[in-house]
Design a protein around this ligand. Structure first.
Ligand SMILES: [Zn+2]
Length: 174
């Protein structure tokens, strides 16, 4: 390959990474699909490690700090969908798991412990309503919400189970 061709190619690669960055910041699943299309249509066989922008990979039989927000049981049939990041230090995952008594739950990790655990109809499905003591609940706030801002900004292990506890359980054991 000539030097000129190489220069054009690397500039296109940088443009490509820029575009992904822009789309990433929009942070929606629809945009994710667009990025995947870019890789396939325009880039052919990209030289960068593009594994993170290929269709999401699901880890079956995975482990999660998430517990049932209603009874605090360990979840079964845990799935972790890795949405990855263009940069290696971005952790972006969906975790889903099933409580034998209370059904499926799901949460999203974006480099920090999750703020909410959602009740869903199936892994990576739509939110479902659960009823607790006559109240309708779709999402359970975690104690990560209660961490002071200066501590939130520090580097924190996003999988530290202390922060995954839902307020409901934390208040119960307090
Ligand atoms: Zn449960």
């Amino acid at each position: 390959m000539s030097l000129a061709a190489l220069a054009v190619r690397s500039r296109r690669m940088l443009d490509f990474v820029d575009r992904i960055g822009a789309k990433r910041s929009a942070n929606t699943r629809a945009k994710q699909t667009v990025v995947v299309a870019d890789v396939t249509l325009e880039q052919g066989r990209p030289k960068l490690d593009m594994s993170s922008v290929l269709p999401p990979r699901d880890k079956v039989g995975a482990r999660t700090p998430m517990r049932c927000p209603i009874c605090d049981s360990h979840l079964r049939n845990v799935l972790v969908r890795d949405l990855g990041g263009v940069t290696a230090d971005l952790i972006w995952q969906l975790h889903a798991g099933e409580c034998p008594d209370h059904g499926w739950f799901q949460t999203e990790v974006i480099s920090r412990p999750p703020r909410e655990v959602f009740a869903v109809d199936r892994p990576f499905g739509v939110a479902r309503r659960v009823e607790i003591d006559g109240d309708e609940v779709y999402a359970f706030a975690t104690v990560w919400n209660d961490v002071p801002d200066d501590q939130k900004r520090k580097r924190t292990d996003p999988f530290d189970p202390r922060y995954w506890k839902v307020r409901r359980q934390a208040n119960r054991s307090a």
